[in-house]
Design a protein around this ligand. Structure first.
Ligand code: ADP
Length: 326
């Protein structure tokens, strides 16, 4: 039986997501009562490379569960892809006596953590923290529910103005190369069409759809576009629709407002359960896994699966959005 873990380092990395603080809080408040020192690593891998380590106390995380962003700060450290750079990080962690890591981030952050385990045998547990929900092995990621609700709130407002002025709106939501936010927002917001990377609706079909709506007396429409790898693509869509149909549309790119804000109850609970699960996993001498939530239960998923496998938007959701928008 391995020695019990005495010191755990926790960090947030990549894009920040509402609910990350609730996860940090759960790590601290699960670890300390069971005799583990919890060290906050600031700014993700950048802090690992510069030994920005700070022991967290029970009250370090007081009054944080409702706050968006991350109290540990996040960061992007492109040089971490180089093995020689990771040698420095591993040396700093070992010098500080950190015997295990909890990485709250997306698949890029997990790649860095997995490499530290492979090359330096530093135990690592991942917690999926990203608004995009594009991580294999979990029904939801921390921040996703908040981002969907923030975007939905904006769409409801746009619907009011669209209906008052008989307008066509194209609303662009975040989601890198995945369409989870877009499909949920389209379903919940009653959008007329959704453009997601997984299933690109054709402009022709959209134009036909809008024309049929107009013939039935519909005066306003909202189309949702996932930004994909191409933020600002809603402007291209608007131009293509104008060329094919003459319909003028207003474009609204929601952008970073979707990242901020107070996490929803659902995200706070998800983060709390995952933070607890991550500490317990390290205490059980597990490593190289992500804590996921499937069907309401905590699961352990190999990090390599989370990195290499793709989670797809279920096709029945795409079909449902199309059916209900006719
Ligand atoms: P996310 O974790 O949200 O997917 P990124 O893809 O930007 O965000 O990754 C966050 C950080 O993780 C990067 O800035 C880098 O420091 C580290 N990282 C990403 N990819 C790798 C990789 N292949 N190897 C090692 N570290 C990586």
């Amino acid at each position: 039986m391995a020695n019990p873990i005495e010191k755990i380092g926790v960090y947030t990395s990549g894009g920040d997501a509402p609910g990350m603080n609730a996860a940090i809080r759960a790590v601290v408040r699960t670890g300390i009562p069971s005799g583990v020192e919890i060290v906050g690593i600031r700014q993700g891998y950048a802090g690992m490379l510069t030994s920005q380590f700070e022991t967290l106390q029970m009250n370090s995380v007081a009054n944080t569960i409702q706050r968006g962003g991350t109290i540990l700060k996040s960061g992007r450290t492109p040089e971490f892809v180089k093995p020689e750079v990771r040698i420095q990080a591993a040396a700093n962690l070992k010098k500080a006596g950190i015997g295990g890591l909890i990485c709250i981030g997306g698949d890029g952050s997990f790649r860095g953590g997995h490499a530290l385990w492979e090359e330096h045998k530093i135990p690592i547990i991942g917690i999926p923290g990203t608004i995009d929900n594009d991580i294999y092995g979990t029904d939801s990621t921390i921040g996703y529910d908040t981002a969907v609700n923030t975007a939905l709130d904006s769409i409801d407002r746009i619907r009011d103005t669209a209906a008052s002025h008989d307008r066509l709106f194209i609303v662009e939501v975040m989601g890198r190369d995945s369409g989870f936010i877009a499909i949920d927002v389209a379903l919940a917001g009653g959008a007329e069409e959704v453009f997601i990377p997984e299933n690109l609706a054709s402009i022709e079909r959209t134009v036909e759809h809008i024309k049929k709506g107009v013939a039935r007396g519909k005066t306003s429409s909202i189309l949702i576009a996932a930004e994909g790898q191409n933020p600002g693509r809603a402007y291209d869509l608007a131009e293509q629709i104008r060329r094919k149909s003459g319909f003028e549309s207003k474009v609204c790119v929601l952008g970073h407002i979707q990242r901020g804000g107070s996490p929803t109850a659902s995200d706070r609970i998800l983060a709390s359960r995952m933070g607890f699960g991550a500490v317990r996993a390290l205490q059980a001498s597990l490593s190289d896994i992500m804590i996921g939530m499937v069907g309401g239960k905590i699961v352990h998923v190999p990090l390599l699966d989370c990195i290499n496998k793709k989670k797809r938007v279920p096709s029945e959701l795409i079909e449902l959005a199309q059916l209900l928008s006719t």
